[in-house]
Design a binder for this molecule. Structure first.
Ligand code: ADP
Ligand code: ASP
Ligand code: MG
Length: 469
């Protein structure tokens, strides 16, 4: 068979048992494919701990960062001792020491400077994947597989947008062709770091939290892979987050568009950019459970299957603010919407949802809550004249809101779907603050108060998904 890229998430490499499970899966697939590349995340909790260490250093709290580093060392040591054959252990532990000593030195300088640039934060956050890839490669060599840890700082070339870097695909492809393909052709299974890349000048970058899924898709594109399998801790993409809705079910097939919409609106199971590289090449993507490998999981392909107009899943995205620009004089002023959104864009804030009242007397949009104060200030400045004239009455934000999104296909052409979704919330007495239909025609989003979020997801799940009839 052809080329397979598999990615294992944090929990799939996060404990001794998990590592045994994932190693079994890799061993099994290694015998089946001509070329196999494995992408790994940091062990679960490690990236958070790394970020905590750098924040503590910024705040002058050397006790905390030292404690975090000591914990990381103990945790990685313990895993190595339980999973890596004796002959490789000393060298691997020395490598772990070297990487963590580097972290301590880094935190020390941050502590002295009292600040950490986004670039320094990325160098620190990248360590979890650099550690896990080395450990997993050693575990697999212990199982008799030819495997080698490869840092994507050598492969994925990105722009300089630290903490949320974008890959430069042509350059990445060239690196993959010269570095990764020959390795795979020599029968070696590369264990590649997820989440990270490097600028052309070699500075370490990260692709954003949860970005290892995206790394796998980028590498699948650049290796002309036949399939990408994302291994995680649930049976696949589900009708809702199983932590919120225990009766959520696995969805057997979804389209790229449907899954993108779900990921974009908060389904953590896939990073929202994951489908970008694979969709153009039609590379099938699977989401599977490391802890239940015989379950087929979710298959993500080009065309949606199932009845048009049926809601397949519901998500929530927390921590939002809804900003409103309102005034009776707005109708007469051309370009208000354009000026509003360019002022927001200048703050580098991402708008997740827009809804405009048909009377044109207000524009509402939803942004992450931490961006709201800066956005309001920027808008007040941009609209200063209109505010004085009274064309705009006020610009304000409502915080602690959540976007609830129902995803399906052909929703726009199917009468009554929206009514059922809103009806479910109405019955439960949940107030809807704003509504928008996704431009991709496969989602309906609603803003509700944060206190109603869990109920809203459960109600829509119960009334619209389970009782779909
Ligand atoms: P990994 O470390 O493997 O990348 P993540 O924690 O990033 O795993 O993503 C998997 C988690 O996503 C699941 O454990 C689940 O709690 C959560 N999740 C949220 N929404 C969904 C959904 N619709 N379907 C499946 N899982 C979901
Ligand atoms: N380890 C990174 C994170 O926690 C990337 C990932 O797990 O996908 O965000
Ligand atoms: Mg993830």
């Amino acid at each position: 068979m052809g080329t397979l890229v598999m990615k294992f998430g944090g929990t799939s490499v996060g404990s001794v048992e998990a590592i045994h499970q994932m190693a079994n899966i890799v061993m099994e697939q290694a015998g089946r494919w001509n070329r196999l590349a494995v992408v790994v995340s940091a062990m679960s909790g490690v990236t958070d701990a790394l970020i905590r260490s750098s924040r503590a250093a910024v705040n002058g709290d050397d006790e905390t960062y030292r404690a975090v580093i000591a914990d990381l060392r103990a945790h990685h040591y313990q895993v190595v001792e339980a999973t890596v054959p004796e002959r490789e252990r000393a060298e691997l532990l020395a490598t772990i020491d070297r990487l963590l000593d580097g972290l301590a030195a880094f935190c020390h300088s941050i502590h002295i400077l009292g600040e950490a640039t986004p670039r320094a934060m990325d160098a620190i956050a990248s360590l979890g994947e650099r550690l896990s890839a080395r450990i997993i490669a050693a575990v697999l060599r212990g199982r008799g597989l030819k495997s080698e840890a490869v840092d994507t700082t050598e492969l994925i070339v990105t722009d300089e947008n630290y903490q949320n870097a974008a890959p430069l695909m042509d350059k990445t492809r060239a690196r993959v062709q010269t570095r990764l393909i020959p390795l795979m052709d020599a029968g070696v299974v590369p264990i590649v770091t997820g989440f990270i890349g490097a600028t052309e000048k070699g500075a370490i970058t990260t692709l954003g939290r949860g970005g290892s899924d995206y790394s796998a898709a980028i590498l699948a594109d650049c290796t002309d892979a036949d399939e990408v399998w994302i291994w995680t801790d649930v049976d696949g993409v589900m009708t809702a987050d199983p932590r919120i809705v225990p009766e959520a079910r696995v969805i057997s097939t979804l389209s790229y568009t449907e899954v993108s919409e779900l990921a974009y609106f908060g389904a953590k199971v896939l990073h929202p950019k994951t489908v970008l590289p694979v969709v153009q090449r039609d590379i099938p993507l699977w989401v599977k459970n490391t802890f239940n490998p015989t379950h087929p999981g979710t298959r993500i392909v080009r065309t949606s299957v199932g009845t048009a107009g049926r809601i397949k899943a519901v998500t929530a995205i927390q921590g939002m603010s809804i900003v409103t620009v309102e005034g009776r004089g707005m109708i007469g002023v051309p370009g208000i919407a354009a000026r509003t959104f360019s002022a927001v864009a200048q703050q580098g804030v991402n708008v997740l949802m827009i809804s405009q009242a048909s009377s044109e007397q207000s524009i509402c949009f939803v942004i992450p809550a931490d961006g709201a104060p800066a956005v309001i200030r920027a808008l007040e400045e941009e609209m200063a004249r209109e505010l004085v004239r009274g064309d705009i009455d006020r610009i304000w934000s409502r915080d602690d809101v959540v976007i609830i999104t129902a995803v399906g296909t052909g929703l726009r052409d199917t009468p009554g779907v929206a009514a059922r979704v809103f009806g479910a919330l109405g019955q439960a007495g949940i107030n809807i603050i704003a509504i928008a239909q996704g431009s991709s025609e496969c989602s309906i989003s609603m803003v509700v108060d944060a206190k109603d979020a869990v109920n809203a997801v459960r109600e829509i799940h119960k009334e619209v998904i389970l009782n779909a009839g």
